[in-house]
Design a protein around this ligand. Structure first.
Ligand SMILES: [Zn+2]
Length: 651
């Protein structure tokens, strides 16, 4: 043993050849990698930032423009896919940019998502709020500096385009909650219908798992550099900061035109496209079409690898085609939540229409062909190995797979329509990954026999199978160092070859975790609890049920009317603690007669949040808890924070 080691390797000859073939296929000059998208990204600066950094609320440096210096070089490094290299260079343009004069302004590079500032008659309308309080505050500061104007005291409204953290998590860095409201003089926050429930599902219900998996997607634990993470595919990098949530004042329920601070804005709902709750806007005075994340300078995800509900490719295509028909002709510019705008110009009079039409076609094609193959009997994996966009669409630079990938999307569409089971009874009740790996090693003969074959595949450049086989040995025996290191080496080459920034991050994070201890990590460990603090009582109680180890309360059978007392309001719920779970419905006074044997319990909202966060002492705060039910529930609560580093690449 001890054949392999845990050092970072360079690109192998196989990887260099692979990357040169990509360059040839896409017509990229590896000595000077440029394209039209890079030109657009580097244009329309109001103020360029070559330096700049910010710290977390607790003082650690979390973002520094200097970390991305590597992306200034035009020669493609051996260890980066040439197409991804151009995207990386385009994404490392940091600054405040003009979309329309100094009236529609976009700030890019300091967060995963862009923030937009629209000039109204007396102040500013802001679209989106970035991911974190820290980055949002920094974006506001540099935008004011670039424009020489006070924006913060003159915010007239905030529009949140959709229910993803990178578009709302920084809102407290832009505005204080006390200034938000529907009253005269307060700032309204507009969000698409269903925004609150969609954020609940993604960031609270499955929040812990998504956060951990997001470390693979975004490469949060990797340092930036050409043999490490280069780009998040939809921006240069993710920011590890503090998330916030402020409940919107207005949920847009139907398509409409609103006049905000003198500006006529169309609100165009596009549910179930890039996000469950999603809207686009057309700003009449500036002839500018805002498409949220429905176009982001790359193929997007129908299924995102951090884990989320599968999106509706058909709805996505429909929304793009409708936008093409309604706004394609009149919009002078299209701008979006990531990447740069596309302007209609004399040389490119169809630039806006083309972006919309190509997006509509890409998602419709993926949807329809995945279904065609599915109906021909292909499995999800077969679809992903077969589906390929037509060149006209697939070679458009803004639809290259830097973030989403048509192969992953094809699999997703299979899953959306017929689920994860492929119909083969062998897969009805599969063994766990560990059991399966142990049997695989046993069938081959020994860990050494598997690794010898895996090494041969590695040497021949068959990195996927080399990684897969070595990973089986890791699952059979996580202490097998040779298996860990060989698997890491193979994953690393897959990363270097990947055109997708997020696949690259995932491969290289897997490699890193096989080579070193996972260890602790400064991240958003408790963000689910922070987001929770801004949510309704109903959602708090739902989440409570998901943090309880149900089997440990299976003996309880209790009927309760629980009143949650907040600062401004109290809400009552009818609960039945039964069968190891918490059944819940709203309380209706009219049904008092059927609830006569229910025990009334009161708790403050603050204490309920404490309980969910794992503070066992909080159970004392439930008044009227005669049977000690809440103490038993408190004792059965699982502290999610202990699972923040759950294993992924190993058992
Ligand atoms: Zn986004």
């Amino acid at each position: 043993m001890g054949v392999y080691n845990n050092t970072v390797k360079g690109a192998t000859e196989h990887t260099k050849r692979h990357n040169l073939e990509v360059a040839a296929k896409l017509g990229i000059d590896v000595n000077n990698a440029v394209n039209r998208e890079l030109e657009l990204a580097a244009s329309h600066y109001i103020k360029k930032y070559d330096t700049g950094s910010f710290t977390s609320l607790t003082g650690e440096k979390i973002y520094d423009v200097a970390d991305y210096e590597y992306g200034t070089k035009s020669e493609v490094p051996d260890s980066v896919n040439p197409s991804l290299w151009i995207e990386t260079r385009a994404s490392r343009e940091f600054g405040v940019f003009s979309v329309v004069g100094h009236d529609v302004v976009q700030t890019r590079g300091f967060d995963l998502a862009n923030v937009e500032f629209i000039r109204g008659n007396t102040g500013w309308i802001i679209i989106d709020a970035a991911s974190t309080v820290e980055s949002a505050a920094y974006i506001l500061k540099v935008t004011e500096e670039a424009l020489g104007e006070n924006i913060r005291d003159n915010i007239r409204a905030i529009l949140i385009s959709h229910s993803h953290m990178d578009h709302f998590g920084g809102i407290a860095g832009i505005i204080n909650e006390e200034r938000v409201g529907k009253e005269e003089g307060k700032v309204r926050i507009y969000a698409p219908r269903g925004f609150d429930l969609a954020t609940r599902d993604e960031y609270v219900y499955a929040g812990n798992a998504m956060r951990r998996r997001c470390e693979y997607q975004m490469g949060n634990r990797l340092s930036a550099g050409v043999d490490s993470k280069v780009s998040a595919g939809a921006a240069i990098s993710y920011v590890n900061g503090t998330a916030s949530y402020i409940e919107p004042t207005d949920f847009v329920e139907e398509d409409c035109t609103l006049v905000i601070d003198g500006i006529h804005i169309d609100f165009i709902l596009s549910d179930d496209t890039e996000a469950v709750a999603n809207m686009l806007n057309y700003i009449h005075e500036y002839k500018a079409l805002w498409v949220a994340d429905n176009c982001i300078g790359t193929m997007h995800n129908i299924y995102t690898i951090r884990g989320a509900r599968i999106r509706d490719a058909k709805a996505w295509a429909d929304s793009m085609y409708q936008a093409y028909l309604k706004y394609g002709e009149k919009a002078e510019v299209i701008f979006q939540g990531h990447a740069w705008p596309h302007w209609k110009t004399e040389e490119e009079p169809d630039a806006v229409k083309e972006v919309l039409l190509n997006h509509a076609a890409a998602y419709q094609f993926t949807h329809d062909q995945a279904l065609l193959y599915l109906n021909e009997g292909d499995t999800a994996e077969e679809i992903s190995n077969k589906i390929e966009l037509p060149d006209k669409v697939g070679k458009a630079w803004y639809l290259r797979p830097y973030y989403g990938d048509v192969r992953m999307n094809g699999r997703a569409i299979y899953n959306k329509y017929i689920g994860f089971y492929d119909g083969n009874p062998i897969n009805l009740m599969p063994l766990s990954n560990v059991e399966n790996a142990k049997k695989f090693v046993e069938y081959v003969g020994s860990p050494e026999a598997v690794l010898a074959k895996a090494k041969k595949d590695y040497d021949e450049g068959n990195y996927q199978y080399a990684a897969q086989a070595a990973n089986a040995v890791v699952f059979a025996d996580p202490d097998n160092k040779d298996a860990r290191y060989l698997c890491a080496d193979a994953l690393e080459q897959l990363g270097y070859q990947s055109e997708s920034g997020i696949f690259r991050n995932a491969y290289l994070t897997g490699a890193m975790e096989l080579r070193t201890e996972v260890g602790d990590f400064f991240g958003r460990g408790e963000h689910a609890v922070k987001v929770l603090a801004g949510m309704e009582d109903d959602i708090l109680l739902d989440y409570l049920g998901m943090t309880v180890d149900g089997n440990s309360i299976e003996e309880l059978d209790e009927k309760l009317i629980l009143t949650v007392n907040g600062v401004n309001a109290s809400n009552s719920f009818v609960l039945r603690i039964y069968g190891g779970t918490i059944l819940k419905t709203g309380y209706d006074k009219k049904e008092e007669n059927v609830l006569s044997d229910y025990t009334r319990v009161d708790v403050s909202r603050k204490d309920l949040i404490r309980l969910i966060a794992g503070d066992k002492g909080a159970s004392d705060a439930f008044e009227g808890d005669i049977n000690g039910v809440w103490k038993k529930i408190a004792d059965s609560i699982v502290n999610m924070y202990e699972y923040r580093n759950f294993p992924i690449i190993e058992p």
